[in-house]
Design a protein around this ligand. Structure first.
Ligand SMILES: Cc1cc2nc3c(=O)[nH]c(=O)nc-3n(C[C@H](O)[C@H](O)[C@H](O)COP(=O)(O)OP(=O)(O)OC[C@H]3O[C@@H](n4cnc5c(N)ncnc54)[C@H](O)[C@@H]3O)c2cc1C
Length: 394
């Protein structure tokens, strides 16, 4: 996503050099969020999920090499070596190698019917097997586990989530807000086993048929989807000698330039110096990858602009509930609106300052929240919670 949008903005802003986009996947750049949502449910087509239609790349004079890996990047000599043995000289480079899923090692983990979800092919495989399945176990109570549970349950599958957290999304949003999303899932028939974790898988022949948890549960199933988080894929960056940061990403300036001049990073792997937060940040959100691509392009063209967009995130649980978030930050939530009615914004305050906000149904609240995050401001919590207060006046 980040690389595709960078190529786009290079052309839109008048770059006249050659642009080569190299990706190891079979498909041209595409949006991953629908893979656990509309595309998984068969509501969105492959074409709708693509970043741009196939012919667009040629029209923009962007050379697109799919099914090709960059094996090595010589940052000093400015040469990339590709898996097809080509050596490509470059003036500027962007590394946007994304994330790899965190794999769980447990007895039985190689059985058939156990899935992870990152790419088109994973979503296709889950969709195909879910069509024949009755019972699905999801491992993980965060975005992937909850979104896939919602998608498959909305199509009549019996879904059970096993997770370490006591309530869904607890690590991101705390128990109160996480509990709201858990209730939404449960009201739609998803069973949730919190405070537990995977012990092993058991199979019938080659195929998974049961999940055994550390807490002693035995859950019969026809398939399993694991959403246990991701890790930034910094293999290429490490090999190129780029400095890495504390969050295991590529350490970048506020201009998204790595420790090597002219070599940029963006998206999931980019640990950038955020002028908004006053610290280095690495964020795994679609919108961040998208906007990083633009910032990197502008800086490649010498515009010298910091990346100063407040990170934004969205997620859907089928058509039952949608969340939007700006941040990222921790702290105690102040609730405006009603969790019971599913119409609320949680403003997270830390040391008297707004660090993040999550909303269900009140997108407009994210605008002042983004402003407070940028300004390091913290309105009075009582005024925030009071619905008669105009947020714009705070
Ligand atoms: C199922 C799913 C649902 C999601 N839903 C949401 C959501 O609702 N909201 C949200 O904000 N975010 C969501 N995300 C996260 C979001 O999609 C990512 O943050 C975003 O795709 C990151 O973009 P990126 O460009 O950094 O990396 P990616 O989109 O992962 O692209 C990186 C690409 O680089 C390729 N690559 C890696 N190494 C090499 C190499 N050496 N040579 C060539 N190619 C290489 C990879 O194969 C991959 O194709 C979701 C992700 C998934 C998987």
């Amino acid at each position: 996503m980040a690389a595709a949008n960078c190529a786009r903005w290079l052309r839109e802003e008048g770059a006249d050099g050659s642009i080569l986009l190299v990706g190891r996947e079979y498909d041209p750049p595409y949006n991953r969020p629908p893979l656990s949502k509309g595309y998984l449910r068969g509501e969105e087509s492959r074409e709708e999920v693509l970043f741009r239609p196939d012919e667009w790349w040629g029209e923009q004079d962007i050379e697109l090499l799919t099914r090709t890996s960059v094996m090595k990047l010589d940052a000093g000599e400015r040469v990339a070596t590709l898996s097809n043995k080509d050596e490509v000289r470059f003036g500027s480079a962007l590394l946007a190698t994304g994330s790899n899923v965190r794999r769980l090692r447990a007895d039985g983990c190689d059985l058939e019917g156990i899935h992870y979800l990152r790419a088109f092919a994973n979503s296709d495989a889950i969709r195909e097997e879910a069509a024949e399945a009755e019972r699905v176990v999801l491992i993980g109570g965060s975005y992937i586990g909850c979104e896939v549970a919602a998608s498959l349950a909305s199509q009549g599958r019996q879904c059970s989530i096993v997770m370490q957290e006591e309530v869904t999304f607890e690590r991101h949003f705390g128990p109160e807000v996480g509990g709201f999303f858990q209730r939404v899932l449960e009201e739609h028939g998803v069973t949730i086993h919190g405070g537990d974790e995977l012990e092993r898988f058991e199979g019938s022949g080659e195929r998974v048929s049961r999940v055994i948890t550390a807490g002693g549960l035995s859950l019969d199933c026809d398939m399993v989807v694991i959403g246990a988080g991701v890790m930034p894929d910094v293999m290429l960056a490490r090999g190129a000698g780029l400095e890495l940061g504390e969050a295991e990403g590529v350490k970048c300036s506020s201009r998204l330039e790595s420790s090597v001049r002219g070599v940029y990073a963006a998206g999931d792997i980019c640990e950038y110096d955020s002028v908004i937060h006053g610290r280095h940040l690495r964020v795994e959100h679609w919108d961040v990858a998208f906007n990083h691509g633009k910032t990197a392009a502008l800086n490649m063209l010498g515009r010298d602009v910091p990346h100063d967009t407040v990170p934004y995130f969205f997620s859907d649980l089928a058509d039952w509930s949608s969340m939007e978030y700006v941040g990222p930050g921790a702290g105690e939530p102040v609730i405006r609106g009603s969790l019971d009615d599913g119409d609320f914004t949680a403003f997270y305050l830390d040391g008297g300052k707004v660090t993040a906000a999550l909303t269900v149904g009140r997108s407009d609240d994210l605008e002042p929240a983004g402003r407070w995050i940028t300004e390091g401001a913290g309105p009075d919590p009582e005024a925030l919670a009071d619905e008669s207060t105009d947020l714009a006046s705070l």
